[in-house]
Design a protein around this ligand. Sequence first.
Ligand code: ZN
Ligand code: ZN
Length: 400
Amino acid sequence: MNIEPRIAAFHDEMTRWRRDIHAHPELGFEEERTSAIVAEKLREFGCEVATGLARTGVVGTIRVGNSPDSIGLRADMDCLPMQETNTFEHASKYKGKMHGCGHDGHTTMLLGAAKYLAETRNFQGTVHLIFQPAEEGGGGGRVMVEEGLFQKFPCDTVFAMHNRPSLPVGQFSIRPGPMLAGGTRFDIAIKGKGGHGARPESSIDPVVVAAHIVGAAQTIVSRNTSPHDPVVLSITQIHAGDAYNVIPETAVLRGTLRCYSNEVREAVTTALSRVAREVAAAFGAEAVPNIRRGYPPLVNDAKEAAFMADVAVSLVGEENVQRNGPRVMGSEDFSYMLEAVPGAFILSGQGGGHSGSGHMGSGGGCELHNPGYDFNDDLLPLGATLFARLVEAKLAARPA
Ligand SMILES: [Zn+2]
Ligand SMILES: [Zn+2]
């Protein structure tokens, strides 16, 4: 692995930062301590620092020369509302909060890159180091974009990475175009007519209506969408009734939709609303769908994904970079930044290694969001080097 020697030299220091953040996890928009540490370190390295974007967001800026070229690098800082079961020294000190997704590692890798870039300044142009709050459901990335992130800190391109336990350290996966799914949540409120369980003829049974809607909704994916467009439509809740002998008045269905384009999302949610309303009407009941858009699909710019893959290849070799890696059904709010500015998102392997020695942990290969997960510190210098090389390649000093 072609790790930058100056970065390798402070691997131990990065490990200490990472474990300190891991031990003090903070939920979305509450990252006061983490964001203060990030701002303090960035200032110490010699970056210009802006705080308070999206409440706890931080942007560090390094400018070299007069080139108008600019690049953004983004890391996320928030933890998850879950109890950690690891027993090592840097396990979470806070009950019910845990860095179960490795954002402690993402933040540390970007800090490592900042330290190196501010010291060496081996590029021409401006780099913005974006530390965002609330990736895990709060949409901190969206809030930063809405608060004018790219007006205040214009970026020609923007890049991010996420650790991937199922790949070993030293391997990367990326793909052009849609890479992570967009998420959508829905509720369908069904109103029938309640009555005695022994006298169905004088009621409109919302339980039967709900069952028909669930069945009919399965045909949306199988009959209304192309087999070339992966879609998941899952109805995950049915709520109705409290008694053996009462036909309830109402029922509620809830669920989630995942897909890779806004067009497919529109088509599926339109079909779902239609199916719910019309099926209910067929039984003399009424259905009111409430569909709420979550994170949009994460779509890599083809050119920038190829650029990011090239930089990864320069570190670990062609055989260790999947340029057409598999799509992922999970979601990421970096997608909002990619809707605003072209760029790319890469998955970096974090399997193997020695960390994650807790209860159910299995080294860096422990699944994300598992109570035994830990970020693998072996990845820190490689990830920081990737961030640094993206800047040096994109803002390469050009001969006059
Ligand atoms: Zn996560
Ligand atoms: Zn995550």
